[in-house]
Design a protein around this ligand. Sequence first.
Ligand code: AMP
Ligand code: ZN
Length: 479
Amino acid sequence: MSIKLYNTLTRKKEVFTPIDEQNVRLYVCGPTVYDFAHIGNARPVIVFDTLYRLLRHTYGEAHVTYVRNITDVDDKINNRATQDYPNEPLNEAIRKVTEKTEAQFQNDMDALGNLRPTKQPRATEYIDEMRQMIDGLVENGHAYVSEGHVLFHTPSMKDYGELSRRTLDELRAGARVEVAGYKKDESDFVLWKPSDDGQPGWPSPAGIQGLGRPGWHIECSAMSWKLLGENFDIHGGGIDLVFPHHENEIAQSKCFHGKDEMANIWMHNGFLQINGEKMSKSTGNFFTVNQVLETGAMGERPWHGAVARLAMLMTHYRHPIDFSIAKLEEAEGTLKSWVEAANVELDNGELDNISPSQEIIDALFDDLNLAPAFAYLHGLKNKAAKGDEETKIQLHCDLEFLGLWPKDVQAFLSAGNLELDASRVAEIEGLVAQRLAHLNAKEWGEADAIRNQLADEGIQLKDGKDDDGNRTTNYELKS
Ligand code: AMP
Ligand code: ZN
């Protein structure tokens, strides 16, 4: 059986054949670090993390290179820097904005159960390569200099528009904004632009005097080239990047390298909406990852990262998703039931000797279609809940593989307690302690009486063992 992936380039699901099985190469467009990531930005990260996990499982950890860039040069960053640090020199202000935002991004993505990519290049470290590509494109007639800018001339490329399936005439008609006078064609796009005194700048390419800065698209062409080569396996991002960003990456890379393809497969995740409405910063209808996981801004309580991850993965990656409180609640209930059923003490390294279930792998092989995988996990949970030790361990392994196993299991399972006030918590904990004493003294009747009393009050107990083999009890408020 082989991996099948939907390729935006051909609009078909295709069998995935790596260019080199010893080095399978994936590039995903990363964040522009001017503001905290919102949960829409987390979707491509989670989707392509799932693909990365599948590729590592299939070809071996050492044989997959996953590059996700950090865009740290962009006018949005400059604007944010002058706004937030008006009294600092611009370079210093930019450094502060990008460092703070990037650190938060890494924390947020870790909390959502994502592995770190193999490489996370910053655009500012690849300016030389961008200049080299721009010089080459001017030399081979695909780009030109005009009023201190370098522009890519789209009519110079015969199949420009192949990814988004737009013709040049459609693009020209769609150029809503006034077309800059320095463009030969409405659909030409910027490779390099001049910087004023107050803007970050680097020596310009193509014989232009003075400092300038790259356009966004050339950044990804340069980074993917240097880290993955002229032609690599898979390029991913959100559906909004198909045009113009990915179309222009393809134009630059193909015309510079003279290859038939930049990436063989182009994958795009669908968009995320909030509570049935388009997510939009201007209307305030959006949540940052940090708000969802930490501050309780969505649904008045924080959600565990693994719950948010499952809520995201419950919808196929190519479909739009309505990210709602109801979805988070559903994911929480499901994940708790899985984790509870799988929660047994493991010996050190016990999971290392177990592979994820073939049913999960088969489901992912079909264009990351997780629905059958989740149905299978429900079945596994039912079996595990009956006490079968091997099934419990397998379920744990599968959840770990999908990035869904909470690192802080006990805290996760007790999370419902957030809704109890402190005196009630003390009361319940007192009863739980009494019951444990009865259990340890083998006074089963007394122990059961306390369990039943709490159950009548909506508190469910869950027994387990700690690292030293002692009995433990978690409790949960049942709605
Ligand atoms: P940006 O920082 O806007 O370039 O976005 C980073 C990544 O997040 C890109 O892959 C975008 O396609 C993706 N993205 C942005 N907004 C959403 C959304 N609402 N739903 C899904 N993906 C999104
Ligand atoms: Zn990109």
